[in-house]
Design a protein around this ligand. Structure first.
Ligand code: NAP
Length: 408
């Protein structure tokens, strides 16, 4: 998907063959074995990856994912998207992504800690606060980042907080980082409602996923007055056309670990939830959930892509042909996370802490700028929002490559 999208963009931009090749392929793909001792005394070898797509515009930045489906190809695609996301947001980073093929839900805290520390050790030759800065993604969180900081800093003999972002606040994390991605998704979805002339308090939303991104998208939308009518996670989906009480849902998930058993809404088939009528549909869980078989049945006015790669190229074609859905493409929609990660890194380098209000205000300003640039470019060139966002990003990277020239 990522490579197909790149080829379309490169055709549109008319990139020379040299720039096309240099911009497309990742700089480094690193795969390591990560052997750890399990709680039962046996040893298991996991596979870990890190792809650094480009170092042209600065250090590499991107998350670390723990999931059974992780493989090198997926990590490479996610690294490429991170690259475009950083360029679109004008952050001084190239894109990277990492992952370990594992099922964190079946592992103990001790096993996860040993896995994280060993993976970090294996990565030490390839990372650094000026080289590659990781962050949480699916299956990882601020505890994972704290272990990585400790492992890297212990090896260096001094605290190096800028080695990862998404750290706990007490370990020089940034105020606002936890909610940043979901806050950004909700902010941009509300901007799209404004563009379509829909009052926030008249609008409804369905959110797939209730992890970091999904839950904060739900809270952000609810705080803006939007009625959240449907939510799903791995355990299933719930639906209430009168609106879900998001505070009660938060308390329920905090107590039970999932949305299963929430009685203030009706259970619904998770696939059917996506095609229910709503103003905003925010897939905020995993990739390729909007595909050729359901794209024609969507009944949303805005598709706010909280997850990375939730829409397949075939679905994109169907949505473009329909022309009645305002798409906020992933590299823009979920860019709040990497933007506040950038703020965290800057604060770490300066040994300085900003307030939550400062962080979220700066974030909204940067998202607003990128949103306006994408919409203007799309209108000027008669492009879909996705093509416009990716074209702006690829153009930025290709221009810097051309300016720096080819060594030797
Ligand atoms: P997360 O905290 O692990 O949450 C993932 C959520 O998705 C969980 O609620 C999970 O349910 C649910 N889920 C997984 N598969 C599902 C399915 N098939 N149907 C419905 N729900 C499903 O991960 P996250 O950080 O929110 O990341 C979600 C997406 O956003 C990923 O694509 C990630 O790459 C992207 N993203 C994340 C960030 C960030 O800052 N975290 C930034 C940019 C993009 P369970 O809890 O029941 O497992």
């Amino acid at each position: 998907m990522a490579a197909t999208q790149f080829d379309l963009v490169a055709d549109f931009l008319g990139l020379t063959e040299e720039l096309r090749q240099r911009t497309k392929w990742p700089k480094r793909l690193i795969t390591v074995t990560v052997p750890i001792r399990l709680d039962d005394g046996s040893t298991k070898v996991f596979f870990g990856h890190r792809v650094q797509h480009h170092l042209t515009r600065g250090p590499v930045k991107g998350g670390l994912r723990y999931h059974p489906n992780v493989d090198l190809g997926e990590v490479a695609a996610l690294a490429m998207w991170m690259n475009w996301k950083c360029a679109l947001m004008d952050l001084p980073f190239g894109g990277g992504k990492g992952g370990i093929t594992c099922d964190p839900r079946t592992m103990s805290m001790g096993e996860l800690e040993r896995l994280t520390r060993r993976y970090t050790m294996e990565m030490i030759p390839f990372i650094g606060e000026d080289i590659d800065i990781m962050a949480p993604d699916m299956g990882t969180n601020e505890q994972t980042m704290a272990w990585m900081t400790d492992t890297y800093s212990t090896h260096a003999g001094r605290l190096i907080p800028g080695i990862v972002t998404g750290k706990p606040l007490a370990l020089q994390g940034s105020a606002g980082r936890t909610q940043a991605t979901g806050h950004g998704v909700a902010f941009l979805a509300c901007r799209a409602l404004n563009k379509l002339g829909i009052k926030l308090t008249d609008a409804t939303a369905i959110v797939q996923g209730f992890g970091n991104v999904g839950s904060h998208t739900v809270y952000g939308l609810a705080n803006s007055g939007v009625k959240v009518t449907g939510v799903s996670d791995v355990s299933g989906a719930i639906w209430n056309p009168r609106g879900i009480d998001t505070r009660e849902l938060r308390d329920h998930v905090a107590a039970r670990g999932s949305i299963a058993g929430f009685t203030e809404a009706d259970p619904i088939d998770p696939a059917e939830l996506l095609t229910q009528p709503c103003d905003i549909l925010a897939p905020a869980a995993t990739d390729m959930v909007i595909h050729k078989d359901n794209a024609g049945q969507l009944q949303c006015k805005i598709l706010a892509e909280g997850a990375n790669g939730p829409t397949t190229p075939e679905a994109d074609e169907i949505i473009n042909a329909r022309g009645d859905i305002f798409v906020i493409p992933d590299i823009l929609c979920n860019a709040g996370g990497v933007t506040v990660s950038y703020f965290e890194w800057v604060q770490n380098l300066q040994r300085f802490q900003w307030t939550e209000r400062e962080v979220l205000t700066k974030l909204e300003t940067m998202l607003e700028n990128a949103f306006s640039r994408v919409l203007a470019f799309a209108e000027r060139n008669k492009l879909s929002h996705r093509m416009a966002a990716q074209s702006l990003a690829v153009k930025t990277v290709a221009e810097v490559k051309a300016q720096r020239g080819l060594f030797p």
